[in-house]
Write a protein that binds this ligand. Structure first.
Ligand code: UD1
Length: 345
């Protein structure tokens, strides 16, 4: 039987590469497009080493409609798109809002416009728990109120969700699944792919593992005076392989036209809130490696706490986060060790 062809935009990035592996393992034919603005073509080697299959790769920018049209022509019969291609740094988005709106929204609109022309049936969108802002109640369900965005990055996620929904309401001939990620962390257990941020990491886990490796002197814990159990912020840290598997289920559901509504929304989290200090502690316990850290002031724009009610994804998709936080920390550490062995960091 011929394999179902899926387009993964941003497929050499952190979540895109892990999702590509799971798609290949599930028997899909994957085409990746990535402009390599925040990733490296070597990631394809890692994907091949894990799966034994080399996915098709197009170096290109999804904001360019001609590039996309050529891709759909060169790789006919694409049935579903998983759209990871986007800029994602909250701080940078405040400095360069137009870049963020241009990249994230042009990419989305180009893809959605081309879907009918090339007969693509399903669209999976990477959204974020950032749409809930600082929730009044935790855990958050998909019905929890959407709060005003606090960064252009967050705003692109909200606007993108609205664009998708508006297009569906106007009778678009495709269906969509919007996945709201909590905090993706960890790496593939083989340590052949993982998260590789450019420059000084802004996110907690890469900063933590780089500190544990001695690349950074000390991890700054942004605030211990929040109204939480230990004063540090609380998030829902979701293993990236678990997250990737949810995308395979979502795209399958779309391609097989099994969705209950033309646009479905799911939270992807574990359901457990973990504080920054608890995360450091779990890492140290699991790996036996110390993380030098100090408490500093709060980071502007941080919210106090957010964690998911993932029961809709559990019940409707049949997906549950399976990895323990300790195993996830071990995978993140193995990836950092792999980068050291390769002389990359
Ligand atoms: C935010 C967004 C998320 C977005 C992500 C992209 C929210 C709730 N989440 O995640 O949607 O996809 O950025 O970058 O808005 N921390 C430290 N020291 C550090 C780094 C982080 O203490 O050096 C703390 C932060 O204060 C926070 C936690 O670690 O409490 C997680 O931070 P981070 O990894 O940056 O993710 P979020 O800000 O939660």
């Amino acid at each position: 039987m011929e394999k179902t062809r899926i387009l993964v935009t941003g497929g050499t990035g952190y979540i895109g590469s892990h999702t590509t592996v799971e798609l290949i393992n599930a028997g899909y034919d994957v085409v990746i497009i990535d402009n390599l603005s925040n990733s490296n073509a070597d990631v394809i080697d890692g994907i091949e080493a894990i799966t034994g299959v080399r996915p098709a790769f197009v170096k290109g920018d999804c904001t360019d409609v001609a590039t996309l049209r050529k891709l759909f022509t060169d790789y006919p019969g694409i049935k579903g798109i998983i759209n990871f291609a986007a800029s994602k740094a909250v701080g940078e988005s405040v400095q360069k809002p137009l870049l963020y709106y241009r990249n994230n929204l042009d990419t989305l609109i180009n893809l959605l416009e081309l879907m009918p022309e090339f007969g693509v049936k399903g669209f999976v969108f990477s959204s974020s728990c950032t749409v809930y802002g600082e929730p009044d109640v935790n855990p958050v369900t998909e019905q929890s109120p959407i709060k005003a965005a606090t960064s252009p990055y967050g705003n692109t996620k909200q606007i993108s969700e609205e664009i998708i929904t508006d297009a569906i309401h106007a009778g678009a001939p495709w269906n969509a699944i919007i996945l709201r990620y909590f905090n993706p962390v960890g790496a593939h257990p083989t340590a052949l792919i993982g998260e590789l941020p450019n420059g000084v990491p802004q996110n907690l886990l890469p900063y933590l593992t780089q500190t544990a490796m001695g690349i950074r002197k000390e991890l700054s814990v942004f605030g211990d005076d929040y109204p939480t159990r230990d004063g540090s912020c609380i998030r829902d840290y979701i293993n990236v392989v678990d997250l990737a598997k949810a995308h395979v289920i979502a795209v399958k559901r779309l391609v097989e036209e099994k969705t209950l509504e033309p646009v479905e929304i799911f939270n992807l989290g574990t359901g457990d809130g973990v504080s920054v200090l608890e995360l450091i502690n779990t890492f140290e316990q699991a790996t036996g490696v110390k993380v030098p850290h100090k408490i500093v002031g709060r980071r502007a724009g941080d919210i106090t706490q957010v964690w998911a009610d993932p029961s809709r994804a559990n019940n409707v998709l049949g997906w549950t986060a399976k990895e323990t936080l300790a195993d996830t920390m071990i995978s993140a550490w193995k990836w950092q060790e792999h980068l050291r062995e390769k002389g990359i960091m």
